[in-house]
Design a protein around this ligand. Structure first.
Ligand SMILES: [Zn+2]
Length: 76
């Protein structure tokens, strides 16, 4: 059990670092305001919440659901 807890902690720390680097990479150019999936305008509200959003709310929800389906059996 201890080993697992330890590993989980390490993974968490790694994820925090990885997340930061992903975020800073993603933080490049701000969103064009156009959904890259369906081509419609991304909601202003959404852009204010995440200036680098690449997808409109609907597509983002789709993508998130798809990602969750794929990761269902993966690490949480
Ligand atoms: Zn869209």
């Amino acid at each position: 059990m201890d080993d697992i807890d330890c590993a989980a902690e390490r993974v968490e720390a790694f994820n925090a670092v990885a997340l930061q680097s992903v975020l800073s990479r993603m933080a490049g150019p701000a969103s064009s305001g156009i959904c890259q999936a369906c081509g419609s305008a991304i909601e202003d509200e959404r852009l204010q919440a995440s200036p680098h959003a690449r997808h409109c709310r609907e597509c983002a929800a789709d993508i998130e659901a798809e990602t969750r389906r794929k990761n269902r059996c993966g690490p949480r």
